[in-house]
Design a protein around this ligand. Structure first.
Ligand SMILES: C[S@@+](CC[C@H](N)C(=O)[O-])C[C@H]1O[C@@H](n2cnc3c(N)ncnc32)[C@H](O)[C@@H]1O
Length: 316
């Protein structure tokens, strides 16, 4: 009994951590950079209550402007013995009555499943989609991304920058299968949180509680111009400024802007490098660990996580 109570509490806690709702302004800021990539596409928001989600609001308001073919959104509702209420899905193919909104009676239908993105019903919808766009539950982030990759979908999703340190996600970055979006990494984002939350940053003009997550960013496999730009390097290598690690033949750099332009060997850089990473200019060699499989260290001290890279342009 105590065990199952514990399990339920743990589940509730986990679910609570997932209740961060994205603000329209943040969606607009990122999405406006991809306009051409959305033309003629079917967009799927698969963690989004069609009546509440700002992703749904953004895509329905901009449906004609973006030239979308279809917008699908599914709402997740855990099976509940008491309410028996089913979640609903939206399938919107454009404005019919000039209000630029998907009217519930016209486009929403009840779902058979709970709306879990892993359910058969949602996977069938995923198959129809060209691009998946949402802020998925962080507690299921690995599984969520794995499903998108398995189904070879294009996506633009919000995640926590810590996800970069997951070995599955890091591998995708290293293999150039995903990269960060346009919104600056490491500046943090503000999200709408449930009314009963005690910890929040401020209340917005609509009375919503807003909390800051300092480690949020967009992950995507759509084209992002900044990952095609070269980082301008102006520093020259010298052994005093760039010490080597104890356990790997590489130099340490504390800011990606200080990467020496003439160093041919392996360089350890902070994780913020990922936000500027251009696979044409650099190659990612390894993450975090030295030859002894322990964290990279300098004179016995451990700098924060480092990514080991090589400049492809030096020595050629
Ligand atoms: C971080 S919130 C973001 C909600 C919305 N996408 C937004 O950006 O405002 C994640 C949402 O995923 C929902 N969710 C949790 N588990 C899910 C699952 N297995 N399948 C689909 N959605 C799920 C949660 O109810 C929550 O509303």
């Amino acid at each position: 009994m105590a065990k199952s109570l514990n399990k339920n509490l743990h589940k509730a806690n986990k679910a609570k951590k997932d209740e961060f709702y994205t603000q329209l302004v943040d969606i607009e800021k990122e999405l406006k950079r991809y306009k051409e990539q959305f033309r003629g596409k079917v967009v799927f928001c698969n963690c989004d209550d069609p009546k509440e989600s700002n992703f749904v609001k953004y895509f329905s308001m901009n449906f004609e402007h973006l030239g979308l073919k279809k917008l699908i959104a599914t709402h997740y509702k855990e099976a509940n013995l008491f309410t028996q209420e089913s979640p609903y899905k939206l399938e919107y193919t454009g404005d019919k009555n000039n209000n630029r909104m998907p009217d519930p009676d016209e486009f929403m239908t009840k779902m058979i499943s709970t709306g879990d993105f892993r359910s058969e019903e949602c996977i069938e919808l995923l198959k129809q989609a060209d691009i998946v766009v949402t802020n998925p539950p962080f507690s299921l982030f690995r599984e969520y991304v794995a499903q998108l990759i398995e189904h070879k979908k294009k996506f633009l999703i919000i995640g926590n920058t810590n996800a970069l340190t997951y070995k599955e996600i890091f591998k995708l970055i290293k293999d150039n299968k995903i990269h960060t979006g346009y919104t600056n990494f490491n500046v943090g984002m503000f999200f709408i949180v449930p009314n009963d939350w005690e910890k929040f940053h401020h209340i917005d003009k609509n009375g919503n509680k807003i909390a800051r997550v300092s480690t949020s960013c967009w992950f995507t496999n759509l084209e992002v111009g900044k990952h095609k730009e070269h980082i301008i390097l102006y520093k020259k290598y010298n052994s005093d400024e760039y010490p080597k690690y104890d356990n790997y033949d590489a130099i340490n750099v504390n800011k990606y802007a200080d990467i020496p332009c003439n160093y041919e060997g392996v360089i350890g850089v902070p994780i913020t490098f990922i936000d500027k990473y251009n696979p044409e200019q650099f190659e990612i060699v390894k993450f975090r660990k030295g030859d002894d499989d322990k964290d990279l260290s300098i004179n016995g001290k451990f700098p924060y996580f480092r990514i080991l890279i090589k400049n492809k342009k030096v020595g050629k």
